[in-house]
Design a protein around this ligand. Sequence first.
Ligand code: S3P
Length: 437
Amino acid sequence: MRFRVHPVNRLRGTAEVPGDKSISHRAALLGALAEGVTEIHGCLEAEDCLRTLAAVGALGADVTRKGPGHYRVAGAGRHGLHESDDVIDCGNSGTTARLLLGVLAGQPFCTLLTGDASLRRRPMARVTEPLGRMGATIVGRAQATRLPLAVQGARPLRAIAHTSPVASAQVKSAVLLAGLYADGPVSVHEPAPSRDHSERMLRRFGARLRAEGTAVRLEPGDLYGTTVHVPGDISSAAFLLVAAAIVRDAEVSVTRVGVNPTRTGILTVLEAMGARVEVARAEEDEDIEPTANLTLGAAELRAVRVGGPLVPRLIDEVPALAVAAVVARGLTTIGDAGELRVKESDRIATLAREFGKMGVRVEERADGMVIEGPQPFRGARVASGGDHRMAMALVVAGLVADGETVVEDTACVATSFPQFVETLNGLAGGPAVTVEA
Ligand code: S3P
């Protein structure tokens, strides 16, 4: 599948984005481990989260789709999952693979996990190493550091205090989920705060958990089913917001977006670049996750420096942010972001290569990039490399390019934002993006 992108001068209106991917995964997993029923509203129905729902179904939870985005998960209970009769395919989803590894570490049976070509290249040692220390047996490719992997869980697991070398919510969550099966409290310490959706949701499901700075400690215990309302995904909204910041005549509102402070780095940076960002907080803030309506309009953008603890707060938004940096005046530097190299693609290399085809120079660094703006995007034939966020970033670049842009290999957008083209065309008031088989 490919997208043909026509430049636009105007982008206006109000849009919705689908449910938050990170939160949807966690609702499905915790629902499966809980006693009783969990109702999930606003669940992201995109390939990544459908993988997690299918996986927990294969392991013994009873999952029913009640309507669009509405799932009922009858939990198997902490000790009630059973062996799957087939390999579990996590598709493109790192969150499915890494969080499931945490759950499976505590199951007294064997599970085989695999994924697509991108996921089979991604590093798993960051979770298999601590889970191995807790007592799980994990074997697989490259000394159990790449999928496919086989996990033989153990019960109880040994309680550990894990210091993660990377700020990764997937690592933190995997150890905490395994910690539900440990013989004492487990703790995870990370170099900078990563998204805390697991902590918030575990508490909501009744877990005893304490967070202090960059450390979190969980006591093993049962979980109880609950109702989860999933807010819109700020990582999907980011593409619309950046488009609104760079298209000449633009004002875009995105409603009911999750604004958990561990995820709002993109808003901090767009403001620092000179964009007008309006955040209207919704009232039901006592729910698990805060939400807001976000409004952004076109602005003269200036360059920024991004690094340190800001990076985990916007790691998935770097492809969108890089588009803004090309349009902004001055030298934008993104550092401390070596993790970009092990996402769905090597996003530093993919950005440099594909922007290069559009006549834009991106200087690659080991842990980030330098972009001098403003540079004009030239319409060209580019490719996503199978990476959903790269596909969407290239479309946004195409909206302000000189001439038509063709983005190849775009079926991957369905992993996180299946309605992306429709939503963008709604704001453009016409077919800015057309889809070709
Ligand atoms: C995620 C955590 C982040 C993020 C990914 C989703 C999660 O990955 O990039 O898209 O849901 O926990 P890391 O934990 O590897 O930083």
